[in-house]
Design a protein around this ligand. Structure first.
Ligand code: NAD
Length: 369
């Protein structure tokens, strides 16, 4: 049995997750995939009950699960808490304990939404790329760091951008393995021209490609990060899988996200170390959006980012691409049929609630099977 821990969190988290739970039930009823689902608290709701945003017990459950599906955390209700008690701390602790070093952010433009993008239709129509961002290393974590005072009284802010061979190699392998399930094309992005860590990044990615993936037909190209930013808005369809470090990945994945339209449509996955005996690769799936307190409790949030995160789970944690495809096709068909939640509403389309979006997804799943 596949052990799934569901952490709905705060704000719209429980509302969007409720629709995904209906799809999980549907999958079980149809005999497609059966999960042993347990639910836990994270974020503000956990602070309210336990006084901390993630308890040791919930963390232990996450470590024992085959996958974790998360809604969102945070909201103004908890803004007054001290920094170590804030809802976001629970999520940071979870990601750190699970050692999730690779963040996968797909940027997919659904045909039905292509004309809502900010770029010209022919630039984004059919876009389907994946950014793999290194998540636990680089300048956000490197040491030394801090703010010092120089002998002349000037203050100096210090952060260190460093990458070890191991850190580069493990995320590169994730990108290359992903490309084997896609178009076998990887673009590695760095600043090898001006940074030693970038030069090492390029060397190591090339070495792993030569040793393990070249013979499998994977194409590798390298690009400087500034050029990549430009290419993403000029001709994004040239990319299939982009692999890059923490800092550049942070910027480039948001840039790619804006190509697709709404936050409510963007899933993500974060992966940890490869499987060991008796244990799958640790993995956390969550929408890219936050808890959207401005619309929470109104049944108007878009549940599709969380649903598409669940589809990613089927694909990457459980190797069930046909079930993932099925969900993605149901989403396509609902959108092509003209139904929209408020965030992706367009002229002459029908606005539906969170719950009705769940209803019509189930209806399409029934029709497709
Ligand atoms: P947000 O993503 O919650 O919301 C930004 C805007 O997008 C809002 O107008 C919101 O209504 C809209 N939106 C987001 N998701 C939507 C959906 N599924 N359907 C329809 N509209 C949607 O970002 P924010 O407002 O900057 O942050 C709100 C809270 O969420 C904060 O407490 C923040 O710390 C937290 N947050 C959590 C996560 C996470 O859990 N991973 C990520 C980002 C922000």
């Amino acid at each position: 049995m596949k052990r799934l821990l569901v952490l709905s969190g705060d704000g719209i988290g429980p509302e969007v997750m409720a629709q995904v739970m209906r799809v999980i039930d549907w999958m079980a009823r149809k005999g497609r995939v059966q999960f042993d689902v347990s639910e836990g608290l994270i974020g503000g709701c956990s602070c309210d009950v336990h006084g901390v945003s993630l308890t040791d017990d919930t963390l232990a459950e996450a470590m024992a699960a085959d996958a974790v599906l998360l809604g969102a955390v945070g909201g103004p209700r908890w803004d007054g808490l001290s920094f170590d008690k804030k809802p976001e701390q629970g999520l940071l602790r979870l990601r750190k304990a699970m050692d999730l070093f690779a963040n996968l952010r797909p940027a997919i433009v659904f045909d039905a939404l292509a004309d809502a993008a900010t770029l010209k239709l022919d630039v984004v129509k059919g876009l389907d790329l994946m950014i793999v961002r290194e998540l636990t290393g680089g300048v956000y974590f490197g040491k030394p760091r801090g703010i010092d005072i120089l002998s002349d009284g000037n203050r100096i802010g210090i952060n260190t951008h460093s990458y070890s061979t191991n850190e580069i190699v493990r995320v590169a392998r994730i990108a290359f393995d992903l490309s084997l399930k896609r178009n076998r094309k990887v673009s590695s992005v760095d600043k090898a021209n001006v940074m030693e860590a970038g030069a090492l990044w390029r060397e190591e990615v090339t070495r792993i490609w030569n040793e393990e993936y070249k013979d499998k037909g994977v194409e590798l190209s390298h690009m400087y990060a500034d050029n990549c930013a430009m290419q993403l808005v000029r001709a994004p369809k040239q990319f299939d899988v982009i692999v890059t470090d923490n800092l550049f990945g942070d910027l480039l994945s948001d840039c790619a996200a804006t190509l697709t339209g709404s936050l409510g449509m963007l899933p993500s996955a974060s992966l940890g170390m490869p499987p060991e005996e008796g244990r799958r690769r640790r993995a956390l799936y969550e929408p890219a959006h936050g808890s959207a307190p401005d619309i929470a409790g109104k049944d108007i949030a878009n549940p599709l980012a969380t649903l598409l995160s669940f589809a990613m789970m089927l694909r990457y944690s459980f190797d069930q691409p046909s079930d993932a495809d099925l969900i993605e096709r149901a989403v396509q068909r609902v959108l092509s049929g003209g139904l929209r939640t408020a965030d992706i509403m367009q002229p002459n389309k029908a606005k539906v609630s969170t719950t009705v979006m769940g209803d019509v997804i189930l209806r399409e799943l029934d029709k497709l099977t």
